[in-house]
Design a protein around this ligand. Structure first.
Ligand SMILES: [Zn+2]
Length: 329
């Protein structure tokens, strides 16, 4: 009735009442002391909890990737020769092909499901410079398939997170992470690039990347996935090969091509399709084999089937036919 004492204010009030009412002094004092005791305990527990969380965060940040070793033009160190020896012994790549990879400048649009394996394999292959473009942040639901990111990079920008993983994998690769979205106003993001791998998650960006690549004369490897099925094709503006708009002259409506977030995707599928994209890029850069020019490779993971659909250049294509006319004039 006189003192509650479960707050600092209550403790002060009870202290004043103790002075004016000596009969209840002993009981009030013990209640007040008990209140202060529990407040102190809660304070200590709270402090320890915050301190432990802070230390966990500090420890995570303390694991830094190694510094990039700038590649020396033209020559391979003994460490690089050993690292790339299984490439160098391949007749289709050899020392000359590996040198082309070392001097290559590659951009990957989207460090998500397709970008993750593509980036890792490109970095492991010894690409000289890899530019990663993504404005998104790593979310917990990404980790089921976006294997370049880890639990400790949740919340980070994907381009930064991917560049960090690349430095851990191969310190001989120079990375240029760009936190931003590729749109028509920022086409300069693809300047000074030899080949682009597009792993973006929407059709509008895919066609935009195609248009920029044709305009800037950059080779393009384009990939897409949904649920259990994936597709890969290669566009080469320097050849008589069709482009993405020859393949898809009419952009399908958004509800016909739902994103992975809307339709779901089997986790290992982007691993397969993204690795195919890295393979096509390595083939283009080293002139090995026959890239998927004018061919759409479709992989159906549910039934374990692969088929290739040929497509040709449309004479009325608003993107590549005009470009070819300009090039030939
Ligand atoms: Zn075209």
């Amino acid at each position: 009735m006189i003192a509650t004492g479960f707050s600092f204010a209550g403790a002060t009030i009870s202290g004043q009442l103790i002075l004016s009412t000596p009969v209840f002094a002993a009981a009030d004092l013990s209640e007040s002391a008990a209140g202060s005791f529990w407040i102190s305990i809660l304070g200590v527990v709270g402090f320890l909890f915050v301190y432990a969380a802070f230390m966990r965060r500090l420890r995570r940040r303390a694991v830094k990737p190694p510094e990039t070793v700038p590649p020396k033009a033209g020559t391979f160190s003994s460490v690089e020769l050993e690292r790339y020896s299984r490439h160098i012994m391949l007749r289709e790549i050899g020392g000359e092909g590996q040198r082309k990879l070392k001097h290559a400048r590659v951009a990957v649009v989207g460090a998500g499901g397709l970008g993750s394996p593509a980036l890792l394999y490109l970095a492991a292959a010894g690409i000289g410079m890899i530019r990663v473009i993504d404005d998104d942040r790593v979310e917990l639901s990404n980790l089921q398939r976006q294997i370049i990111h880890t639990d400790s990079t949740v919340g980070q920008n994907k381009a930064e997170s991917a560049a960090r993983a690349i430095r851990f994998l191969n310190p001989h690769v120079v990375t240029e992470p760009i936190e931003g979205r590729l749109d028509s106003a920022h086409a300069e993001m693809l300047d000074d690039i030899d080949i682009v791998l597009d792993g973006s998650d929407n059709f509008a960006t895919r066609l935009l990347v195609n248009r920029i690549c044709i305009e800037k004369n950059i080779s393009l490897v384009s990939g897409a996935i949904s649920q259990w099925e994936g597709q890969v094709t290669v566009v080469d503006p320097g050849r008589e090969a069709p482009c993405m708009e020859c393949l898809f002259p009419v952009q399908p409506s958004a509800d016909l091509v739902p994103s992975c977030a809307e339709a779901g995707v089997m986790g290992a599928l982007p691993g397969i399709v993204g690795s195919m994209m890295a393979t096509e890029a390595i083939k283009v850069l080293t002139s090995a084999g026959s890239p998927l020019h004018g061919s759409l490779l479709i992989y159906d993971a549910l039934w374990g089937e692969t088929r290739v659909v040929k497509y040709g250049q449309r004479p009325d294509c608003s993107v590549c036919s005009g470009k070819r006319a300009r090039l030939s004039s």
